[in-house]
Design a protein around this ligand. Structure first.
Ligand code: UD1
Ligand code: UDP
Length: 380
């Protein structure tokens, strides 16, 4: 069977490593994967680095769509993917997560009758001002095989009319939903052994000094001057008044917006604080090394808040809500939004706590194999 896998944004490239590895190790006779990179992310440290390091096969196609407004970017992908589907005639198309590459892939396939496999199905923030929420809801409702990493994801889908373990034969009008665990838990477990601290991209990091790892890239934070300034006010407070070292691998979107939106006072403060280390985006193995050794993690990233949990680190989530509700319910993360007082209060809370529990709730590290097995069972 031939499946087309759509990737484009950094987290999808990383996720693809788990499925590609499972296919290579166990399912190469049954599944031929054609990888299509939309080109949504294109800087070497947002894309190429992951292929080399995570042994992901080189994409068979790259649409090179680059950056742009939502409609413009998605439309270019849609048209490019449709053409590839027509040429390749796959039995299914596989998408990850909730980005513009996800919605473009699922829409292109579903409209011409190609079954869509959605990995990371069912996640909901219940905040439709997020572009990702619109992408994931639409994608789920166009999919025929839905793989949810969490029980909450399955229950969200049930509320929208999907059935878990339904009896009828699989078809476009009778999609199948599975709770399979998180392929990023597969990946983090697998790559944790390979990650080390003496890598080139980490040369500015002193692993003997405790640090708070930080990532910021959500449009609600980067494009709103109040939110962005609040977050950096909190970061400079922690660095200056609490003498915390902050390590911030900076997303290109945030870099651009910091120049435009941060007050001059904050820009100067950041330059004058040697313990705020802003570095280029790092590779996944480098990121794992940073996560494993951090004392706390401050992030608005979906992937990073979960990896914090995998590596038993408390996290301060720079969002008003999260799709990964389990980690907040567990007491391992606190929602702070872009609110200075809430960030500082959550920091004070976690800094005094040393008995947080991180029970296994993201599967057994074999989600990719489970998914491949179900694909083989259903898609002919
Ligand atoms: C996208 C996803 C988001 C995901 C994130 C992962 C959508 C709507 N958003 O957000 O869900 O969490 O990827 O990182 O799909 N840029 C570069 N170089 C690059 C890539 C981007 O400079 O290689 C800059 C450009 O200025 C671009 C901006 O970052 O306009 C935003 O990129 P885009 O892919 O549109 O959205 P992200 O914020 O990265
Ligand atoms: N990541 C990385 N290098 C970085 C920052 C993040 O490899 O400099 C990884 C991170 O470990 C996680 C994924 O990228 O696996 C998360 O991507 P991102 O935060 O861009 O998007 P989100 O998960 O929020 O969609």
């Amino acid at each position: 069977m031939k499946i087309i896998t759509i990737i484009g944004a950094r987290p999808q490239i990383i996720k693809a490593a788990a499925i590609s590895r499972a296919i290579k190790n166990k399912f190469s006779k049954e599944i031929k994967e054609v990888i299509v990179h939309t080109g949504q992310h294109y800087d070497a440290n947002m894309s190429a680095v992951f292929f080399e390091e995570l042994e992901i096969p080189k994409p068979d196609y790259n649409l090179n769509v680059g950056s742009g407004k939502h409609g413009e970017q998605t439309a270019k992908m849609l048209s490019g993917i449709e053409e590839i589907i027509e040429n390749e005639k796959p039995q299914a198309l596989l998408v990850y997560g909730d980005t513009n590459s996800t919605i473009a892939g699922s829409l292109a396939a579903a409209k011409i009758g190609v079954p869509v496999v959605h990995i990371e199905a069912g996640l909901r923030s219940y905040n439709k001002s997020m572009p990702e929420e619109l992408n994931r809801i639409s994608c789920d409702h166009m999919s025929t095989l839905l793989f949810s990493p969490t029980e909450q994801g399955v229950s969200n889908l049930q509320k929208e009319g999907f059935q878990l373990g339904n009896e009828g034969p699989y078809s476009i009008d009778n999609p199948k939903v599975y709770h399979c665990g998180d392929i990023m838990f597969d990946n983090s477990t697998y790559f944790a052994e390979k990650a080390n601290t003496d890598s080139e991209g980490l040369k500015e990091v002193d692993f003997n000094t405790p640090y708070i790892l930080t990532t910021i890239h959500r449009n609600a934070n980067t494009d709103d001057p109040i939110a962005l300034n609040n977050i950096f006010k909190a970061i400079t407070y922690l660095a200056k008044e609490k003498s915390e070292t902050i390590i911030l691998p900076l997303h290109p979107r945030t870099k651009k917006m910091m120049d435009q939106l941060l007050t001059e006072e904050l820009q100067t403060k950041l330059k004058d604080l040697p313990n705020v280390k802003i570095i280029d985006p790092v590779s996944f193995l480098e990121m794992i090394a940073l996560e494993k050794n951090a004392k706390l993690i401050l992030t608005d990233s979906g992937g990073v808040q979960k990896e914090a949990y995998f590596f038993k680190k408390p996290s301060l989530i720079l969002r008003p809500e999260t799709e990964w509700v389990e980690i907040v319910a567990q007491g391992a993360a606190i929602l702070c939004d872009a609110d200075y007082d809430r960030i500082v209060a959550a920091y004070e809370h976690f800094i005094q706590l040393d008995n947080i529990e991180f029970p296994h709730i993201f599967g057994d590290g074999m989600a990719a194999e489970f998914i491949c097995n179900e694909i083989i069972t259903h898609i002919k």
